[in-house]
Design a protein. Structure first.
Ligand code: SAM
Length: 264
């Protein structure tokens, strides 16, 4: 199946669309929901602290609109774009009457349907893993930003996949030995090594202006989740405290969600 068709199916009502609306409900206590709410909150806080009133802000891959819902009562010109019509319908529902003042467009991150240099801030949370080419998506984000504009881009860190899964860690070590280090994994929705993300940034003219890392995700064995509830939440809290005693690079290498702030 074509890459884009896979993305549409993944974020349709028949598959994950409703999950991406429900994950932001405050009573959803699985560890991923908690970490995604933190991702939303860090992003919203950054926008509120750094973007002046009247700024043009694009939520690219807006999903069910969790960020737009938080920002819609602030004095910004918001636009939401998503590739999935079902996700956009959910965003309209979540926004209620606020949808009247927020254009919600169907479009994709590798061909953003806006003029170059028309936006002050692009938010792109958990979307680039679904782009066929990360480089293309980042270049499109760069192009729609005004000079001096900001992008907040997040992805899930592939090292975390093996950090929280001892069986996957051993398998990965064997694969690297026998596949001569060639372990490129280009599947839709994949987690990404930080080095790959930064390599793509270097192909654009973006400057990295800051970064945050959030959480350590579910506890897994051979890629099967064995805890996403209380035990995983406790383990995330414990690792957060433990790794804060070590150099920041270790926390960054192991953390699940990476938030990167970019400047044009
Ligand atoms: C993991 S969800 C994240 C949604 C939202 N940003 C959030 O933080 O909850 C990824 C979103 O990206 C959208 N998407 C997938 N491929 C896309 C593409 N090529 N261009 C734009 N949006 C895309 C999906 O429809 C989905 O709504």
């Amino acid at each position: 199946m074509q890459w884009k068709q896979q993305a549409l199916e993944r974020f349709s009502n028949q598959h994950d669309a409703h999950k991406w609306a429900a994950i932001y409900a405050a009573d959803n206590l699985n560890v991923e929901a908690i970490n995604f709410r933190k991702r939303r909150d860090v992003t919203v806080q950054y926008v509120l602290e750094h973007m002046p009133a009247g700024a043009d802000i694009l939520d690219l891959g807006c999903g069910a609109g969790p960020v737009l819902v938080e920002l819609c009562n602030h004095p910004y010109n918001l636009i939401g774009i998503d590739y999935s019509g079902d996700m956009l319908r959910l965003a309209r529902k979540q926004l209620g009457s606020a949808q009247n003042k927020i254009p919600l467009l169907q479009g994709e991150c590798e061909a953003i349907p806006l003029s170059d240099a028309s936006i002050d801030c692009v938010l792109c949370l958990g979307v680039i893993s679904y782009a066929e080419s990360i480089e293309n998506a980042l270049q499109n984000i760069f192009n729609v930003l005004r000079p001096g504009g900001t992008a907040i881009v997040t992805y899930r860190n592939s090292l975390n996949d093996i950090f929280m899964d001892p069986v996957a860690l051993i398998k990965q070590a064997f694969e690297m030995l026998f596949r001569n280090g060639d372990h490129a994994n280009r599947t839709i929705g994949r987690s990404i090594p930080r080095s790959e993300f930064l390599q793509n940034i270097r192909k654009t003219q973006f400057k990295v202006a800051g970064e945050h890392q959030i959480g350590f995700g579910t506890l897994r064995l051979n890629r099967r989740v064995i805890s996403d509830g209380r035990m995983a939440i406790r383990l995330n809290g414990f690792l957060h405290k433990l790794l804060s005693f070590f150099p920041n690079a270790i926390y960054r290498a192991m953390a699940d969600v990476h938030i990167i702030i970019l400047k044009k």
